[in-house]
Design a protein around this ligand. Structure first.
Ligand SMILES: [Zn+2]
Length: 126
């Protein structure tokens, strides 16, 4: 598990605008990056194939995912003020980190969690 998470500034901004675009529905993205010496750097995003957007939970069939070792996690939005991971979220954990963005999707509405649902610290790098 990474001890430190770094988002590239443009990736961080793209996650927020993707979530805004899908409101009031959930949006979901895959995160690509590198994980070296406990530092996870999130460098780019993928829109998952065959993703769907519902008011409750968004998702995608995991067997549809490309076999890509650089996928380090996923991000999705909660169109509410609650950014806690749901049981479904923890069940569908991919990679090292699960990012949840709550409404209204501003800079301080993005939260990162590990597979146990424990909140992880992160920084945004220009
Ligand atoms: Zn969720």
């Amino acid at each position: 598990m990474p001890k430190k998470i770094i988002f590239k500034r443009d990736v961080f901004n793209s996650i927020l605008s993707y979530c805004k675009m899908h409101h009031p529905y959930e949006g979901i993205l895959l995160l690509r990056g590198s994980n070296k010496k406990d530092i996870l750097i999130i460098e780019s995003l993928i829109v998952p194939p065959f993703s769907w957007h519902g008011a409750a939970e968004s998702g995608f069939p995991s067997w549809m995912l490309p076999f890509d070792m650089s996928i380090v996690g996923s991000a999705h939005s909660h169109p509410s003020h609650n950014a806690s991971p749901s049981l479904t979220d923890l069940h569908n954990f991919t990679g090292f980190v699960s990012v949840i963005v709550r409404y209204p999707y501003e800079d301080n509405d993005l939260f990162a969690y590990d597979a146990d649902g424990k909140q992880l610290e992160y920084t945004v790098q220009n």
